[in-house]
Design a protein around this ligand. Structure first.
Ligand SMILES: C[S@@+](CC[C@H](N)C(=O)[O-])C[C@H]1O[C@@H](n2cnc3c(N)ncnc32)[C@H](O)[C@@H]1O
Length: 188
């Protein structure tokens, strides 16, 4: 049995998927600083790390990718620009195996691609469901932490009812919007 990894590498395509850029616009507009941010789905461009560096490194990012190509791209970029990995790092792994014991508590998490990648193969090695991943990420949030979703995602039709269910349970409250990003604050 092998991992359901992402056998592709996603280059920046702002027409199809502007979520990372819009997220960094929101960070800038809201003057967010000093926050630990978990980013699901880095792309080979690692835009959030590059923009964080350009902005003077106000925040601390940990990305996750299931793509060997995107992992290799990060290695190359970090060698060419060593300052990139000071406040931006990433790990290769499957979000469906999310384990909070391996990571710090987050102030902000992006769940832009929730609902896009679960498969029967994921389940075959004990991978969680999309709902369980979101519950684990919620448990990983600091007080008043914020989780950001992307309504333009292919997975949004699957994610939307999960978010509504967890909001009904009182775990999440919608508190902000930027472009097609919706921002929920964790209530606990
Ligand atoms: C369509 S790309 C989008 C990348 C970037 N956010 C953007 O908008 O340009 C989807 C991302 O999800 C990541 N991904 C796919 N399956 C994953 C999984 N099971 N666990 C973690 N990341 C995964 C891919 O590696 C890729 O970085």
């Amino acid at each position: 049995m092998s991992m359901h990894f992402w056998d592709a590498s996603w280059d920046l395509n702002l027409d199809l998927c502007p979520c990372d850029l819009h997220f960094m616009e929101w960070i800038k507009a809201e003057k967010i600083r000093g926050k630990v941010i978990y980013h699901f789905g880095t792309g080979s461009h690692h835009l959030v790390g590059v923009e964080n560096l350009k902005m003077g490194e106000p925040n601390y990012f940990i990305g996750v990718t299931a793509s060997p190509g995107e992992t290799e791209a990060f290695t190359r970029m970090a060698i060419e620009e060593p300052r990139l990995s000071r406040n931006y790092t990433m790990h290769f792994g499957d979000i469906y195996l999310f384990n909070g014991k391996l990571l710090p508590k987050f102030d902000i998490a992006t769940m832009f691609h929730l609902g896009e990648f679960w498969s029967e193969k994921t389940a075959s090695y004990g991978g969680a469901t999309d709902e369980e991943v979101l519950r684990r990420v919620i448990r990983q949030m600091k007080k008043n932490g914020r989780i950001v979703f992307y309504e333009g995602s292919d997975g949004w039709s699957r994610t939307k009812p999960i978010v509504a269910k967890l909001a009904k349970e009182g775990l999440l409250t919608k508190t902000d919007k930027h472009q097609k990003l919706t921002i929920y604050t964790v209530s606990r």
